[in-house]
Write a protein that binds this ligand. Sequence first.
Ligand code: GLU
Length: 281
Amino acid sequence: MIVTRFAPSPTGLLHLGHAYAAIIAHESGDDFLLRIEDIDKGRSRDKFIQEIFYDLKWMGLSWDEPSLRQSTRMGAYAEALVNLKARGLVYPCFCTRAEIAAEIARAGEAQHGPVPDDLEAAPPGPIYPGTCRALSRDEGMARIAAGASYALRLDVANAVALTGPLTFREAGHVHAVDPFRFGDIVIARKDLPTSYHLAVVVDDAHQQVSLVTRGEDLLTATHIQRLLQALLKLPEPAYAHHPLVLDETGKKFSKRDGAITLQSLREAGATPADIRARIGL
Ligand code: GLU
């Protein structure tokens, strides 16, 4: 039995790109799950969760109830974090340069990277140079005790030494995982016991997702998430990265660009069949 999921973040209304991702997930499995990725309290809104339910039902997509809200799962993420910490795979990072601070702030949310031409991953942003890896344990503890802000990073070199080379499976092909391309990623913050990546792997395992379908702009995430799965001894799902829906100008739909939402299309008289026709499904 194939279990798939649609995992939107409730930080805005769904647009055509989401409709495409949800339909692909719905049609690719036997069981279709809905997971609300609302770990980022500052940006998530309950009203958007209600709109997600409404839009999906309107599109005729039903999911196995209940849906899962990541904000209810902090205990499970904290447990996974303790496991990684206990094995010396995590270190605190106190860097505050603007770029790094922005990276840390974004860690609660999936970073949709550039669309690669093939299955070669491209990093979604600047790579952390590993500055705080060299801090002694005592110094790190002292700064934390003094109330400094920090992120927790995965020591990728130590992690890979434990897991050895990894692969991910997509459409019957086996691809090599390249964990070093992304540097020591943020897996938690002072105020949040998880990051997007950690929450996703813990929940994909918890929900027994066997096929992860998502846009090819999240291919980079798959490399990081396979490493975390191996470290946490979680089952390995298969992956299917689908092309992105592009607008008339060839740009991908994005919440930030104020893409046309399903709600506004509906209000303008579009039917679910019109939506499917518009995205070629
Ligand atoms: N919540 C993520 C997003 O909104 C998707 C996560 C995933 O499919 O792994 O892009």
